[in-house]
Write a protein that binds this ligand. Structure first.
Ligand code: MRU
Length: 346
């Protein structure tokens, strides 16, 4: 990979600024947890696993800066740092998974000196990042074989290196198939309103010289009807116990279209994206973002001023549309209640 999505360096957190891509490959340096929280909220970093890594690193920065005479005071302030992180974005469960992991590590070292607790939190955040890259490779190894030789694959949003610590989930599957020598092609949905497909997926696939063709979101059905799509692979922000999958708005439409045309629809995600505490997708919180993302494109107004707007950032694809869920521990298929539980229990 010729770029790093997020990195811990010299006690700072460095992120590629995804709001500036593809025009500019710029990197921002964060020195405190408030800055990291703002970066998650402002989509400088986005994509479920990448958000989890950022939260872990933000908590490590926060822990480093806490001024406390006692453990009680330290842990009270650490709780506040975690709360700030938890309020950034509601849908991707990886954020809450990472926060819970950092809290567990802090608790497990409660009997140690504060300096030691700060150090283990830093080490844990770095480990979350390193593990995520390994996990994406494993998702690629498990999912790559599902992609037929010569396939044209539709993907929605960006579930690539930019959405993870590197390599990607959906794009990890695609990269693995490409690296195995399969002559594949990718169709990238532009993904209005934020344009993750046009700005990010197209950018990172072109950098890797993986053939990619950009379409606007309303073109997918027509291409399927013409027989130009062989399978769909998307990422996920939260998967309920029954396999219902929250992912970027528009994923549901792609899944319904795929079923209508008999095209396999795969979800690729790490186990940390599974939320088995929710029995169905109906309980997944869906983020609503500001109206300007819909009324404007890259700062240019495209709608009459004052028009009413809805901007749900995610939708939920019912499990019956999902052909398989590809994780680092294996591939789950219907019945998801059973197959996902088995994956989680190892
Ligand atoms: O709003 P975003 O850009 O954070 O949404 C990202 C997605 O929906 C991705 O498909 C998902 O997080 C999976 S990333 C591997």
């Amino acid at each position: 990979m010729s770029f790093r999505t997020i990195e811990w360096r010299d006690n700072t957190v460095i992120m590629i600024d995804q709001t500036r891509l593809p025009a500019e490959e710029g990197y921002n340096v964060y020195t405190d947890f408030q800055g990291v929280a703002e970066a998650i909220r402002g989509m400088i970093i986005r994509g479920a696993p990448a958000i989890g890594v950022a939260a872990a690193m933000g908590i490590a920065l926060g822990a480093r800066d806490i001024i406390a005479d006692t453990h009680e005071s330290f842990f009270r302030q650490l709780e506040n740092v975690c709360d700030v992180m938890a309020r950034t974005r509601p849908t991707a469960v990886n954020l809450f998974w990472a926060i819970a992991r950092m809290k567990r590590v802090a608790e497990a070292h409660r009997s140690q000196k504060l300096e030691a607790i700060r150090t283990v939190l830093k080490e844990e955040a770095i480990r979350v990042e390193e593990e995520d890259r390994e996990i994406c490779r494993a998702i690629g190894r498990n999912g790559g074989p599902l992609i037929p030789e010569g396939a044209t694959i539709l993907t929605h949003c960006n579930a690539g290196a930019l959405a993870t610590a590197g390599y990607g989930t959906a794009l990890g599957v695609i990269r693995a198939a490409h690296e195995a020598g399969k002559k594949i092609k990718v169709i990238a949905d532009e993904t209005r309103p934020w344009l993750q497909g046009a700005r990010l997926t197209a950018w990172e696939l072109m950098k890797d010289e993986i053939p990619v063709t950009l379409i606007s979101d309303n073109m997918a059905g027509w291409l399927m009807q013409k027989g130009e799509i062989d399978c769909c692979v998307v990422g996920a922000d939260r998967i309920a116990a029954n396999g219902d999958t929250a992912n970027k708005i528009g994923t549901y439409s792609v899944a319904v279209l795929a079923k209508e045309h008999g095209i396999p629809f795969y979800v690729a995600a790490p186990v940390s994206t599974l939320d088995l505490s929710l029995d169905s997708g109906a309980r997944i919180p869906i983020e609503e973002r500001g109206s300007a993302e819909v009324t404007h494109i890259q700062g240019v107004g495209i709608a009459p001023e004052g028009v009413k707007v809805r901007n749900p950032a995610f939708d939920v694809t019912p499990a019956r549309y999902v052909s398989a869920i590809i994780t680092e521990r294996g591939v789950a298929r219907q019945d998801y209640c059973e197959s996902l539980r088995k994956l989680v229990q190892g």
